[in-house]
Design a protein around this ligand. Structure first.
Ligand code: C2E
Ligand code: MG
Ligand code: MG
Ligand code: MG
Length: 288
């Protein structure tokens, strides 16, 4: 009896896997078509200073078509299929162009943050793509922040390390994204050239809960580590004014989250800049 039950659950398991494979194949095909149709566009989420001026933005890919998944689902497919090289390069180019315009029209706007996949970092030509994009739009390298997520795929490989070091020599700043959630959080601090540490939103979201004493301790410790390493700290996932205040007290340099704004279209970001970049009209004056 035990054996029979075993084999039937094994069959169910096989069917599940077949289902999943079919879904993956479908999605891979749709992603490929979406790229060809230019359905992937950057949205922007403001990054604010401690006194709530918009000092930058993070570009986040969105798939502009009905019933499409978010980046957490489609980016792994793009990586698997190598599509992220083409999409990422286009993204660099377009987003830097937009950021250069914002910088010309809004004095407080200092930097644009772009997520970079490990697949892109493995490309020989990645550094020259970045240089080309900066030169095409006349954006100073110091205005670009590349966000790199800890992952199993990227380790202290010599070519990747050399590329990161060269980017930094140019003046590009490097941020370690999702800090604290990865596989080797602390060891990254040992080998990676870095300027900014982004505390993962899972830690920041917890600060909104009751009895968050232990979570505050963890975040405080992360910020102390960052300071000891000479890194600036950005807190993502700020959803309430209370958490914004806590993060400022703990010493975060810049803040990002739904409390300030969700990721929005390029036009909506331009409007946000018009209304929220002067010290007279800081973000969320009413709720603070
Ligand atoms: P990430 O780089 O850590 O981006 C932050 C994510 O947190 C975004 O999710 C953003 O929408 C979300 N977020 C921001 N504020 C809040 C908040 O207050 N509360 C909550 N609950 N969430 C908040 P999104 O846009 O779904 O992106 C997911 C991930 O996909 C990104 O995480 C990034 O790793 C990746 N990604 C997005 N765009 C790109 C891209 O152009 N290239 C690459 N390589 N990866 C990208
Ligand atoms: Mg990011
Ligand atoms: Mg990330
Ligand atoms: Mg993150």
């Amino acid at each position: 009896h035990v054996r029979e039950r075993g084999s039937s659950s094994l069959r169910r398991f096989d069917a599940d896997i077949a289902d999943q494979l079919e879904r993956r194949k479908q999605l891979a095909l749709r992603v490929r078509q979406g790229v060809a149709r230019r359905e992937f566009v950057p949205f922007f989420q403001p990054i604010v200073s401690r006194n709530r001026n918009i000092v930058g933005a993070e570009a986040l890919l969105r798939w502009q078509a009905p019933d499409t998944p978010g980046p957490a689902e489609f980016i792994p497919y793009m990586e698997e299929q190598g599509l992220i090289r083409e999409v990422g390069r286009q993204m660099l180019h377009d987003v830097i162009h937009t950021a250069a315009r914002w910088r010309r029209t809004h004095e407080s706007f200092q930097s644009i943050s772009i997520n970079v996949s490990p697949v892109q970092l493995r490309e020989e030509a990645f550094v020259s793509h970045v240089i080309q994009a900066l030169e095409a739009s006349d954006l100073p390298a110091g205005c670009l922040i590349l966000e790199i997520t800890e992952s199993l795929y990227i380790s202290a490989e010599k070519p990747v390390l050399d590329r990161l070091a060269r980017l930094r020599q140019l003046g590009v700043r490097l941020a370690l994204d999702d800090f604290g959630t990865g596989y080797s959080a602390l060891s990254y601090l040992q080998w990676m050239p870095l300027d900014i540490l982004k505390i993962d939103k899972s830690f920041v979201l917890k600060l909104a809960e009751e009895h968050s004493g232990r979570d505050i301790t963890i975040v405080r410790a992360i910020i102390q580590i960052a300071q000891a390493c000479g890194l600036a700290v950005t807190a993502e996932g700020i959803e309430t004014p209370e958490v914004a205040s806590i993060m400022c007290e703990l010493g975060a340099h810049t803040l990002q989250g739904y409390h300030f704004s969700r990721p929005v279209s390029e036009d909506a970001m331009t409007s946000l800049l018009h209304t929220h970049t002067t010290p007279e009209v800081p973000f969320n004056t009413l709720t603070d």
